[in-house]
Design a protein around this ligand. Structure first.
Ligand code: GCU
Length: 376
């Protein structure tokens, strides 16, 4: 666009005189009336300058008009690491359309999927620095910024999907969304990311003994690493987008994720065993830069929150619909799906649940336990 171009780069004229090259800078200010100030050092170029001044005046007026036209348009850039087939991406497209409608085209959402802008940690840094304003990210990746986020990487804390949403939709879920705000990252909604299970290249996982000695990829979460260690495995933190080749090259023997991610990333081409031990339910969050959020008008914040909440519900429904079809597709592709006895896994990882050192995590774990059977 013209306006930012003019604002970022002051126009200059390079003039060759007898004394060598002379550079003339123009400072242009876009306010109510465009102002152009030129420093004319040499009378010889006065005529030329006059003409240039006229042209610049014209350009800046056009730019001003463009600014006025767009001045109340809010542009939000968001990046994520999911493919375009995945429910989070579809929900973002849904949100984009809702924003357009609710704001009369005044709030524009630009989506960069497929780790185009970098891996989870890189996009998170971009959000923190306001290079982009939003990302969707696993709570596990936020653990280093807010200990509360580690909560979800504790195994077997949720009975089922109703228990999980009962907690996330309640007052504590709302508090957890805010827990990384002091780090310039405010959560707007949770996305469903199902339950995570193991998949290996060589064998199925029927008991913790099948994890023992294996290199298992985890997200960037200390808690997830701890869980793999208790199962006897060797955890390796690798970005999601790099996992396919890490599996292929034998950097790791396996990983853990939900069926949707396993299918959409084609990890089944390398790992033929998917064992549904369902150890954790780690939600994704839609995160916005807190300072950017604070600069928005109350009305715009409400519109964005509404569009995000609607997109969250849309994603949740889509997730529930798709979940079963993924299992079917995986079977058809020759993946061996097994249902191990979860109790052996629970017993192996129980020490981490018995020794939670962080007070807020402990508090939330108790609350989760309290509502375990209420949601039925
Ligand atoms: C899931 C989750 C993502 C996460 C990924 C991972 O797909 O929804 O947010 O990045 O797992 O294992 O890295």
């Amino acid at each position: 666009m013209l306006a930012p171009f003019l604002l970022c780069r002051p126009p200059k004229l390079i003039y060759k005189s007898k004394r060598g090259y002379q550079i003339y800078f123009f400072s242009i200010t876009f306010c109510e009336t465009p102002k152009i100030r030129c420093v004319i050092l040499n009378p010889v170029v006065k005529l030329v300058m006059k003409k240039i001044k006229k042209i610049l005046m014209l350009i800046s007026t056009c730019a001003l008009l463009a600014c006025n036209k767009d001045s109340d348009v809010v542009e939000i850039r968001m990046g994520h690491n999911m493919t375009e087939q995945m429910t989070v991406h579809k929900a973002m497209v849904y949100m984009q359309n809702r924003l357009d409608k609710l704001s009369d085209g005044k709030i524009k959402l630009k989506i960069y999927p497929n780790s185009q802008l970098g891996n989870s940690n890189e996009t998170l840094t971009m959000v923190q620095q306001d290079i982009i304003q939003m990302t969707s990210i696993s709570a596990a990746n936020l653990e280093n910024f807010a200990p509360e986020m580690s909560l979800f990487s504790y195994p077997y804390i949720f009975e089922d999907s109703a228990h999980y949403w009962g907690f996330l939709d309640g007052e504590f879920g709302k508090k957890i969304l805010q827990s990384a705000s002091h780090q310039n990252m405010t959560g707007l909604i949770f996305f469903d990311a199902g339950s995570r299970s193991f998949y290996l290249k060589q064998n199925s996982v029927e008991s913790p003994a099948d994890i023992a000695g294996r290199k298992i990829r985890v997200m960037g979460s200390y808690t997830a690493k701890k869980m793999i260690e208790l199962l006897g495995g060797s955890p390796q933190s690798i970005p999601f987008g790099e996992l396919y080749s890490a599996l292929q090259q034998g950097v790791v023997d396996g990983a853990e994720n939900n069926p949707a991610s396993f299918y959409e990333t084609r990890h089944y081409e390398v790992c033929k065993y998917f064992s549904l031990d369902e150890h954790t339910r780690v939600p994704d969050l839609l995160v916005v830069n807190s300072k950017f959020w604070a600069t928005l008008s109350k009305e715009n914040r409400e519109i964005i929150q509404q569009a995000a909440s609607e997109a969250g519900l849309f994603q949740r429904e889509l997730w529930a619909e798709n979940d079963k079809s993924y299992m079917k597709k995986l079977r058809e592709l020759g993946v061996i799906i097994t249902y191990p006895d979860k109790d052996a896994f629970f017993q192996a990882v129980k020490p981490m649940l018995d020794n939670v050192s962080n007070d807020s995590v402990n508090f939330y774990l108790k609350k989760i336990e309290e509502i375990r059977y209420l949601e039925k």
